[in-house]
Design a protein around this ligand. Structure first.
Ligand SMILES: *[C@@H]1O[C@H](CO)[C@@H](O)[C@H](O)[C@H]1NC(C)=O
Length: 397
């Protein structure tokens, strides 16, 4: 057998042997670590790379980001994509989150006024949510209030890449919201990019909405079946969560949530300092070249370069007459004076008014503050006023 192969090999012309040698070298090259370093930094390759990424959801973020860098292979020394201040994606496929990775149990920031617990919505994908409701035995003791509660489906922010429904930031904010307003909150722990690029976050949130409707109707989740008012479902989100909340309510209008909910619709939408962008500058928008490039690139990164910067997912102004199908009755948009996204928030309100949509839209502005300031200092006066505004919007008949 050996002699036979040797015979066959020797009978090949020299050029052919040379080509075989080249091919063999190439395969050896592929087998070494060099291959990983040879990934071109073409962003279009990212979706192909994602199956190799080893973080599947934010529960493992902390562990992942503190994993020591593997110096022996040098793979983590080269950055595939830098997204300051949020994360770095290395050519090895490792995702290093630089902030928004801390997680706290549902008992954190406990107050006897609020009950809080976690639920899994989908075992397969790990989609989960944190539920909050007033502790009736505490606040209404001894008489138990039978009136059902508005259901607020909350979508956290974090540029689609960091933060969690289980982070201390949202635990603190939503505990406070529920202790002040009589409502039930479902905080959605959708999957993050770049491991799961858009539309995963949109799909997860839509799945959470259907789960809420199902459970408010007939359980088994008792918070919802015993206390949730199916006629009063609201959605809210800040920053990227505002973007997701808007797109979810668009979907509710298009696909018809009423099919799942006996004709009921989402009652209202609250967009707090929402993240939107677009190709055409708005008149009061501060846009330098660096900002434009950064915003377009990072949007591409979070959606795996599937949608351009004028896609209706990121630029509702390009929705035109589709906007009038927004699936709720009223909208509140909050903006902050120094927020880069402030002009987009204002344009959202004007655009929705002009779209022919049959509902009420209003805007609430906070002076002298930056993007999502209310999350970092919820106990300061301006943040408390904004929260009161949100609660009164949710509690209106
Ligand atoms: C709910 O309120 C009751 C009565 O004040 C209290 O005993 C109980 O510990 C509270 N539950 C929680 C989870 O704080």
């Amino acid at each position: 057998m050996v002699n036979f192969s040797k015979y066959v090999f020797n009978s090949f012309p020299p050029i052919f042997k040379y080509l075989m040698f080249l091919l063999l070298s190439f395969f050896l090259y592929l087998l070494t670590n060099e291959w990983s370093n040879a990934w071109p930094s073409n962003p279009l390759l990212l979706p192909k790379l994602t199956p190799h990424l080893n973080v599947s959801n934010s529960d493992s973020d902390q562990e992942e980001s503190t994993k020591p860098v593997d110096v022996s292979t040098g793979l983590d020394l080269e950055i595939q994509y830098d997204f300051p201040p949020f994360l770095r994606l290395y050519k090895s496929g490792r995702v290093e989150r630089l902030l928004g990775t801390a997680l706290v149990p549902s008992s954190a920031f406990a107050t006897p006024k609020v009950l809080c617990k976690d639920v899994i919505i989908d075992e397969k994908t790990g989609l989960a949510a944190r539920l909050y409701m007033p502790n009736f035995t505490h606040i209404d003791s001894p008489t138990i209030n039978k009136k059902k509660l508005s259901i607020l489906i909350y979508v956290h922010g974090g540029a689609f890449v960091v933060e969690s429904a289980f982070s201390p930031t949202y635990q603190r904010y939503l505990t406070k919201l529920v202790s002040k307003g009589r409502l039930l909150v479902v905080s959605v722990n959708y999957r993050l990019a770049p491991e799961n690029t858009l539309p995963t976050a949109y799909d997860d949130t839509w799945q959470a909405v259907k789960w809420v409707v199902q459970n408010a109707k007939s359980g088994p989740e008792k918070f919802l079946s015993q206390h949730g008012d199916l006629n009063r479902i609201f959605m809210a989100g800040d920053s990227a969560g505002g973007n997701i909340a808007h797109n979810t309510v668009m979907r509710a209008g298009k696909e018809g949530l009423h099919k799942y909910n006996n004709g009921m619709r989402i009652k209202g939408l609250v967009l707090m300092n929402p993240y939107f962008w677009g190709k055409e500058p708005l008149k009061d928008e501060k846009r330098d070249k660096e900002t434009i490039q950064r915003l377009e690139s990072t949007w591409g990164f979070v959606c795996g370069w599937k949608y351009n910067i004028n896609h209706p997912f990121v630029n509702p102004l390009s929705l035109r007459d589709k906007w009038k199908k927004l699936g709720c009755e009223r909208v509140l948009v909050t903006i902050s004076e120094y927020d880069l996204f402030r002009p987009r928030g204002k344009a959202y309100v004007e655009g929705l008014r002009e779209s022919g949509w049959n509902g009420l839209v209003e805007v609430y502005e906070t002076k002298g503050e930056n993007h999502v300031y209310f999350l970092w200092k919820p106990n300061e006066e301006k943040a408390e006023k904004e929260m009161e505004m949100v609660i009164s919007f949710l509690n209106r008949p």
